[in-house]
Design a protein around this ligand. Sequence first.
Ligand code: F6P
Length: 362
Amino acid sequence: MGKTIGVLTGGGDCPGLNAVLRAIVKHATEDHCWEVVGFEDGFQGIYERRYKFLRREDVRGLLTRGGTILGSSNKSNPFSYPVKAPGGTIEVRDVSADMVRTLRELDLEALIVTGGDGSMLFASGLWERGGVPVVGVPKTIDNDLAATDVTFGFHTAVQVATDALDRLHTTAESHDRIMLCEVMGRDAGWIALYAGLAAGADVILIPEIPYDVDRIVACVRRRMVRGITYSLVVVSEGARPAGGDVSIIEAGAVTHMPRLGGAAERLAQEIKKRVELEVRTTVLGHVQRGGTPTAFDRVLGTRFGVAAVDAVARGEFGKMVALRGTDIIAVPFSEVAGKQRLVDARNEHLRVARTTGVELGG
Ligand code: F6P
C-alpha cells in the first residue's frame, strides 16, 4: 500500500495557499502514488478529526483561487488550545498529545504544515516534542518569516495596496487632501514599504521606525510651498509615534494575538490639528488578503508545494522550504520558529525611499 501524507493550512489565509495544495496533491498522487489527507481549519482539524482525502479532481482550477479550500484558523495552537470544559467554560489546554495520537492512527508518513510564524512554531513543537515528521511551507502577506527571502501572498498584498494607493492618489490631487492609507503587516513594514515605493507615496510609516508627527507635517508643508496641495501617506497598521504604543482594537489572549487597527486614523487626528488641508483615512484591511494571487505568488506557491513533497520523499523532516536567491532550499525549524524578519535599519529599500525624497517619519 502507498504512503499517505497530511497537509493543513494554518493561521490567517493568504493568496497562493491553493496553489500550494494543488502542487502537493499533483506531485504526491501522480509522481509518488501517495494519498493526501487535508485537515480542515488548520490544526483544529487534527484535534477535531475533521479531514478529507484530496484527489487530483479536488485541486483542478485552483491556481487562480484565493483563500484555502481547506479553511484555516489562527486560534488553534496545539500547546494552548481553547477546549470547552463540562460546565461550558473555555479552558486553555495542551492538546498536542491528542493531535499526535490522531496523526499516528491515520498512519501518516508526514505532515506538511503551510503557515506563518505561529504555525511554524507549532509545527516545530510537534516535530521536536511529539516526533511528528513535519515539513513546513512559509506563507503570509506580512513577509515577516525568517530564513526565506520572501513568502507567497506578499506580492499579491503589495499589488492590491499599490492599486489602492494609485486610486487614492488621483482623488487626493482632485480635492487637495492628505490621504492616509492603512495597510496590514503586523510588526513588519514590508507591505507599506513596497507599496509606498511602488505608488510614489510621499510618506511611508513602518513599525520599525517610530514616527514624529512634526516631520510628516513638515513634509506636507514643503509640498505646499512647491504648490502641491495634496499628499499620500502609507501607514502600517503597526506604526506608532516615537514614545507611543501600537494602536490595538481588540486585546489578545493566550489563544490569539491582539488585533491591530486605528494607526492611520490616530495620525489623521494629529495632522488635522496642525495642517489646514482636509485629511481622509482609508483602511485596506482584508482586501489585501483575499482574491486571486499574482503570477509571482502562484509560481512561488507551486514551487514550495513541489519542494515540500520532495522533502518528504527524501525523509527530510523538521525543516521549512524557503526561497534563497533563486533557489528553493530547506532550512531547519530552529532557524525559523519564533524569529521574525523585520525591516532592518540598513535595508536598501529604506535608503532608496529616503534618496528619492520619501519621508519615513523618523
Ligand atoms: O498576519 C496576516 C495578517 O493579515 C496581519 O497583517 C493582520 O494584522 C492580521 O493577519 C489580521 O488577522 P485577522 O484576520 O485575525 O483579523
